[in-house]
Design a protein around this ligand. Sequence first.
Ligand code: ADP
Length: 161
Amino acid sequence: MSKRIAIYPGTFDPITKGHLDIINRGRILFDTLIVAVANSSPKSPLFSVTERVDIIRNEVKKHKNIKVESFDGLLVNYAHEKKASTLLRGLRVISDFEYEFQMALTNRELAPDIETVFMMTAENYAHISSRFIRDIARLGGDLKSFVSPSVARALKKKNKK
Ligand code: ADP
């Protein structure tokens, strides 16, 4: 049987406990889960793509079936290149739905052989977003309920520069 490869794409600026929850539940469903960090993000990220990849690698290093890479260009092209059959996305609040729905339908039109699968956030992470975490870090707030200690350190360091 061919291996089930899934891609979990995102900006991950930085990776949060919400993302990690999706990764940890998602990795059980697939033989390989590739966390794919968008290089050409329109969001002008705080962390460079190399920094985001390194931070995530450090978070998931104990799991052999998780790979972390960056990608450029169209996600479906990258998925074909990786022989992935599935795109994994997380859903938090209703406001995520419209964007995720449009993106899933667009990707299906571009690549009907690739399925998008959604996982519902754990309720204790439903309010966590990278954007708010960046703001809290900038304003010197406590980050421990939102990110791992090493991500909190990376945010503090970034804000000192
Ligand atoms: P993007 O820029 O592609 O939206 P993000 O890094 O913001 O990238 O998010 C990547 C994916 O993770 C998206 O599907 C997003 O909905 C999901 N996600 C983000 N935060 C959470 C969370 N707290 N719980 C569950 N899913 C989340």
